[in-house]
Design a protein around this ligand. Structure first.
Ligand SMILES: NC(=O)c1ccc[n+]([C@@H]2O[C@H](COP(=O)([O-])OP(=O)(O)OC[C@H]3O[C@@H](n4cnc5c(N)ncnc54)[C@H](O)[C@@H]3O)[C@@H](O)[C@H]2O)c1
Ligand SMILES: Nc1ncnc2c1ncn2[C@@H]1O[C@H](COP(=O)(O)OP(=O)(O)OP(=O)(O)O)[C@@H](O)[C@H]1O
Length: 550
């Protein structure tokens, strides 16, 4: 059988492959320490002439070394064997590299297959859930629950997710980019648009992991299942949005009653229409104001009905906000499902989430429209208020739901008493909050009200729900950071002295009396959207820098 010599710390060890499964190690000469310079010069000289014979050894042919002759062997014999050992090591290392490369290829193919399988599973599950939901609807017209809302959202997605495929197959196309999703891969002929329910004006884009400078920074998606992406290592990467077809339509959301904002809005519309040939949407009230100024603005599109507003995400490629954080929150609240990428220009007082300078809007929009650009994916929470119909006096809706980008806050309102809120996490009793109230916040909202109440600042890429008490009475209660997968329930107990009030991103105050239950869960369309490759992806907070703002 074959034998291989290894020089290790001055010892020559012979590895003898005595049978296909057994390797025997023999110490054949010890200790011989060659000066490294000498050994390497011998190696270099010998490499050319010995290479072929060494290769034949590594291939398992019959060449043998004479070093076993023992102490009587002369120096040149030893040097030759050392040289041969080095050459063997080179070949051995080459072979190992080939094995490693093959293993990597196999792992990549496996990851692609897993991703594909998971996507099919996800589609099957979505269809299954849809069927269940339709059956439920047919069986009863009872009040909606949170999972039902999610199902409805999924239905919206399913409608939108025709003709799309996910990541895997494209990943080999680029050496330094890993696809998260694409929604153009089903296009057989790149010149034709896919048969989706989106208007032809909707642009195509894909999301890719942005790699660092080093090859070792590569991330691989190993599992793509029901809205969850698992990677081999934790993601610390920015995500790149790459346009596959140029964006063609934008909606501009403006802060009201601000003359500078109105002025810029007009200027921006003209630039987008005349120089970029873009379709521009605004809110109806903004269009009315514009038309008072000039008939030129009759080209501006708007959403007159609620239904049109619901479908806006299918029509626009970008959302532009002109205002402060409040305007960005307002823009988010307009979209009940996915949100197209948002470019937020700072024209407010603080502008924590509005990082683009309005003075340079042309350069900025040009860069965004050209792509690729970094994006931050931000999650929202869906909050549902469920009222007991028997205790309802005014015949209002039994179930109401709200989407928040920042937080839902529950407080004592004008009541002089401590508020008392029973909190459950995934159905299990968590705690009873006694104090001024409680804030349930997203990582985006962690820098807003929650921060003022002593909560931690959480980077938007860290998934979680912040559970922050407001002025807690008990010293034993502290802010918590919960996983984003949980569903929280908050209830005013029967023995509470007064009712509570909930507000959503600082708006839409709702009374929470003792019969009311409030459920809060992540509105997890975000990743799901990306994965399903929906062109109207819920990507949020487009930015040009390499860091996302905290
Ligand atoms: N004590 C407080 O700090 C407090 C009290 C009530 C509401 N708020 C926050 O105000 C938000 C509503 O904002 P608005 O602009 O419509 O109302 P607003 O006009 O009253 O502004 C509130 C302030 O909060 C800032 N802000 C909003 N979202 C932020 C975020 N994610 N990170 C950092 N700062 C943020 C705004 O820039 C603004 O300066 C609510 O969601 C709530 O978080 C804070
Ligand atoms: N398009 C809109 N329609 C109705 N209300 C809006 C609209 N845009 C913003 N608002 C509201 O106007 C208020 C002020 O807007 P915004 O927060 O953007 O300005 P600001 O307070 O000057 O800036 P900042 O939030 O950065 O301090 C907010 O409460 C917001 O909800």
């Amino acid at each position: 059988m074959g034998s291989l010599h290894v020089l290790s710390q001055g010892l020559i060890v012979q590895m003898v492959l005595s049978s296909p499964k057994a390797v025997e190690l023999r110490l054949v000469k010890s200790p011989i320490i060659l000066p490294s310079s000498r050994a390497s010069s011998i190696s270099r000289q010998a490499l050319g002439s010995q290479a072929e014979s060494a290769r034949s050894i590594s291939r398992g042919t019959s060449r043998q070394f004479n070093v076993e002759q023992g102490p009587s062997s002369n120096d040149s014999l030893l040097e030759t064997s050392v040289v041969n050992s080095n050459i063997d090591l080179v070949d051995f290392s080459d072979a190992l590299q080939m094995v490693e490369k093959s293993l990597k290829e196999v792992a990549e193919i496996k990851a692609q297959a897993l991703a594909e399988a998971a996507e099919w599973k996800r589609k099957y599950e979505m269809e299954h859930l849809q069927c269940l939901h339709l059956e439920n609807c047919a069986n009863s017209s009872s009040s909606q629950t949170l999972p039902e809302i999610k199902n409805m959202a999924n239905e919206v997605l399913e409608l939108s997710a025709a003709d799309v495929t996910t990541t895997g197959e494209q990943s080999s196309q680029s050496n330094n980019k890993q696809f998260i999703c694409s929604h153009s891969s089903s296009l057989e002929n790149p010149g034709t648009l896919p048969k989706t329910k989106f208007g032809p004006e909707k642009a195509m884009f894909k999301l890719v992991w942005s790699h660092g400078l080093h090859q070792s920074d590569e991330q691989r998606i190993v599992s793509v299942e029901f809205g969850n992406i698992s990677t081999e290592v934790q993601s610390n990467k920015q995500i790149l949005l790459v346009w596959e077809t140029p964006p063609k339509s934008v909606v501009i959301i403006t802060k009201p009653n601000a003359p500078t904002v109105q002025k810029l809005c007009k200027e921006m519309i003209k630039w987008l229409r005349d120089e970029k040939d873009m379709k521009v949407y605004t809110e109806p009230i903004v269009k009315e104001e514009l038309l008072k100024e000039s008939l030129y603005f009759s080209c501006v599109q708007t959403c007159e009905t609620d239904q049109e507003l619901l479908e806006l995400h299918n029509k626009v490629d970008l959302v532009i906000t002109l205002g402060g954080d409040g305007t960005l929150i307002w823009a988010a609240s307009m979209f009940k499902g996915p949100i197209p990428p948002v470019v937020a220009f700072s024209m407010g007082s603080l502008g924590f989430m509005t990082q683009f300078q309005s003075d340079h809007y042309r350069e900025c929009l040009q860069t965004v429209m050209r792509g690729p650009v970094f994006i931050t994916l931000r999650h929202r929470l869906v909050c549902q208020i469920v009222r007991d119909p028997q205790n309802m006096e005014d015949g209002g809706p039994e179930v109401e739901h709200y989407l928040v980008l920042n937080e839902v806050s529950i407080g004592r309102g004008l009541s002089p008493y401590l508020s008392n809120l029973e909190c459950y996490c995934d159905g299990l009793f968590l705690t009873s909050v006694q104090g001024d109230g409680l804030i349930l916040s997203t990582p985006s909202g962690s820098t807003a009200y929650s921060l003022a109440a002593g909560g931690s600042m959480v980077h938007p890429q860290v998934p979680g729900i912040l559970f922050t008490p407001i002025c807690p009475h008990s010293l034993s209660f502290r802010p918590l950071l919960l996983p984003e997968s949980v569903t929280l329930k908050v209830q005013v107990p029967k023995n509470s002295r007064d009712q509570a009030w909930a507000s959503f991103d600082g708006k839409s105050r709702q009374q929470l009396s003792k019969d009311v239950v409030m459920e809060i869960a992540p509105f997890d369309l975000c990743w799901r959207e990306c994965l399903s490759g929906n062109p109207s992806c819920l990507t949020f907070g487009l930015h040009l820098g390499s860091t996302s703002g905290l």
